[in-house]
Design a protein around this ligand. Structure first.
Ligand SMILES: Nc1ncnc2c1ncn2[C@@H]1O[C@H](COP(=O)(O)OP(=O)(O)O)[C@@H](O)[C@H]1O
Ligand SMILES: [Mg+2]
Ligand SMILES: [Zn+2]
Length: 237
């Protein structure tokens, strides 16, 4: 509380703060009522990325090389999505999917998008590492309250980044959980950033209700990388 008062007195210019609204305290004061500043959610989300072992300096647009036609088109799609993001984020077609070949840079670009949306657009992005997250949700499904809270986090995230969708063995529980999340975000027009080794046909085959919603949300920004080792960055010559 002391810090807030000090900040209030000492600053008329704002450039020294990352967040001018709360002057980096994370709190807004209205009389004697304290409320979390919106920048706090972004800080928290960035911390979650860090805790998931994501080194943000590795995942930038600028260190994504255009080393073949596929990587060029992936980078163009991701960049265009980023440039249009603020304009389209409340539309039905407000999402992006990078699909197909392992090692083609799907995770790299989706993380670059997530990190830039947080750092520059100041919007929190929730990271959903498919295999780990779905396993943890399933392990705790009998705890109704915990389950609802988890779902709520992924349903209501400003932006949801689903990495490696459908990785691993999938079951009916996976379908139910993913339908609850995707359908909610579809209805409420909340963007998803998806990477998956599966193509759109495979997603439709997994579950048509889920696949078709993902398709509709992502159709303006979708790349399906051909399954071919010539598209694997790790194997480039
Ligand atoms: N075009 C690229 N330029 C630079 N690094 C890349 C590129 N494509 C992939 N990488 C790197 O190769 C590795 C594999 O990429 P990743 O994004 O994990 O692939 P995917 O998610 O498609 O399997 C990562 O370390 C990533 O940073
Ligand atoms: Mg990946
Ligand atoms: Zn703030």
């Amino acid at each position: 509380m002391k810090r807030i008062q000090e900040n209030r007195q000492t600053t008329s210019e704002t450039s020294q703060y990352e967040c001018d609204k709360c002057k980096d305290t994370g709190w807004l004061v209205d009389g004697n009522i304290f409320k979390r500043c919106e920048c706090f959610a972004v800080k928290e989300a960035l911390m979650m990325f860090e805790n998931s072992g994501i080194k943000d300096e590795n995942y930038t647009f600028s260190n994504f090389q255009e080393w073949n036609e596929t990587s060029k088109s992936m980078k163009i799609t991701a960049t265009q999505y980023y440039q249009n993001f603020t304009k389209i984020m409340n539309d039905r077609q407000n999402s992006i999917a990078l699909l197909g070949q392992v090692g083609s840079g799907k995770t790299h670009l989706t993380l670059a998008l997530g990190l830039n949306i947080m750092k520059s657009k100041k919007l929190p992005v929730v990271y959903f590492s498919y295999r780990d997250t779905i396993t943890s949700i399933k392990q705790n499904m009998t705890d109704e309250e915990y389950y609802r809270r988890q779902l709520d986090r992924f349903q209501n995230a400003k932006v949801l980044l689903i990495d490696d969708m459908l990785k691993g063995k999938t079951s009916d529980s996976d379908k139910n959980i993913m339908f609850e999340i995707i359908n909610y975000r579809y209805i409420n027009r909340k963007p998803i950033i998806v990477s998956s080794e599966y193509g759109i046909e495979d997603l439709l085959n997994f579950d048509e209700a889920i696949g078709s919603r993902i398709y509709e949300m992502c159709k303006d920004y979708m790349v399906e990388v051909q399954n071919n080792t010539s598209n694997n960055y790790r194997l480039r010559s």
